[in-house]
Design a protein around this ligand. Structure first.
Ligand code: CAA
Length: 282
């Protein structure tokens, strides 16, 4: 099977990044979200990103236009029936994802692959909502998608070898480096990253250091490109909390308990960069 048309569900920061990368690699892309406003915002973000690349003379103005022409926007899941592979990058919420997968399963031809960019929901649990769990797989991109080289490819228990190989090869064609992870809570990336971020939030909560100092320690002491609190703001504090809850529920081990300060911020609507306020102001 050859992938020609690439579907993306969700036009937010992950979804529009995935759409940009796929269109840049030459695929026809259908980018879907629930509201016209959301897809327009996502499309504009891609346009802005590509314009920056034109200014930096990384691509020509013509190349930018060709890439943008490959992206169709949609607010109807039925449009995704044309796609050979769909990456779902909707909000990190189980009922929402389950509903999307049930609907896609009923709309898409039986050979279409249904991938999810979930950061921590079990692939097997999502696959079980469809009649094609062999064609359901995790394709976990990192934020910001156009910059980060990694794609974590996660096999559910029922994911077939063919689906795995196709997804792995696709990640390479998108210019990314894939890494294989098994279907356990948080997979590899977030099993390691989120407890580190959560511990940084505990340091703030316990008054071990000010936010700037906590971030400086990890930036300059460990050569991380950004500090863990700034990174939490980039990921979204709601997503960070959702991942910690998944780790905690999945392992029932107290080392994964989310810091109360993280929960407090999320409850107050301080979600990081996307709301203009998190640990820092934007
Ligand atoms: N979209 C596209 N390009 C972007 C971008 C974005 N949102 N943000 C930055 N860039 C590009 C810039 O244009 C710049 O490109 P050039 O090199 O061509 O000029 C390059 O990235 C570097 O950007 P800056 O100079 O502005 O800033 P920087 O050097 O500080 O890098 C960063 C910014 C790439 C975000 C860097 O700080 C970084 O790598 N941070 C860590 C990111 C990270 O850990 N991501 C993983 C998060 S976890 C996750 O995503 C998984 C999950 O499930 C939670």
């Amino acid at each position: 099977m050859e992938i020609k048309t690439f579907g993306v569900i969700g036009a937010g920061q992950m979804g529009n990044g995935i759409a940009q990368v796929a269109a840049t690699a030459g695929y026809q892309v259908i980018m879907n979200d629930i509201k016209t406003d959301f897809v327009e915002k996502g499309f504009n973000a891609i346009e802005k990103n590509l314009s920056r690349s034109v200014e930096k003379e990384k691509i020509s103005r013509e190349e930018k236009n060709v890439i943008l022409e490959r992206i169709k926007t949609s607010i109807n899941l039925k449009d995704l029936a044309e796609a050979d592979l769909i990456v779902e990058a909707a909000t990190e919420n189980e009922p929402v994802k389950f509903e999307i997968f049930r609907t896609l399963d009923s709309l898409c031809p039986p050979e279409s692959i249904l991938a999810t960019n979930t950061s921590s929901i079990p692939i097997g649990r999502i696959g079980a909502k469809t009649k094609r769990p062999d064609k359901v797989i995790g394709m976990h991109f990192m934020n910001p998608v156009p910059v980060m080289k990694l794609v974590e490819v996660i096999r559910g228990l029922e994911t077939s070898d063919e689906t795995f190989k196709l997804t792995w090869d696709l990640a390479v064609k998108l210019g990314k480096t894939p890494a294989q992870a098994e279907d356990y809570p948080g997979f590899i990336a977030n099993r390691i990253l989120l407890p580190m971020i959560n511990e940084a939030i505990y340091c703030l909560y316990h008054g071990v250091g000010k936010k700037e100092d906590i971030d400086t320690v990890m930036k300059l002491g460990m050569n991380h490109p950004m500090g863990p609190l700034a990174l939490a703001d980039l990921i979204g504090l709601d997503t960070c909390l959702a991942i910690m809850e998944t780790l905690y529920d999945g392992f029932k081990d107290s080392k994964y308990r989310p810091c109360p300060l993280l929960r407090k911020y999320v409850e107050a609507g301080r979600l990081g960069r996307k709301t203009g306020k998190g640990f820092y102001d934007y």
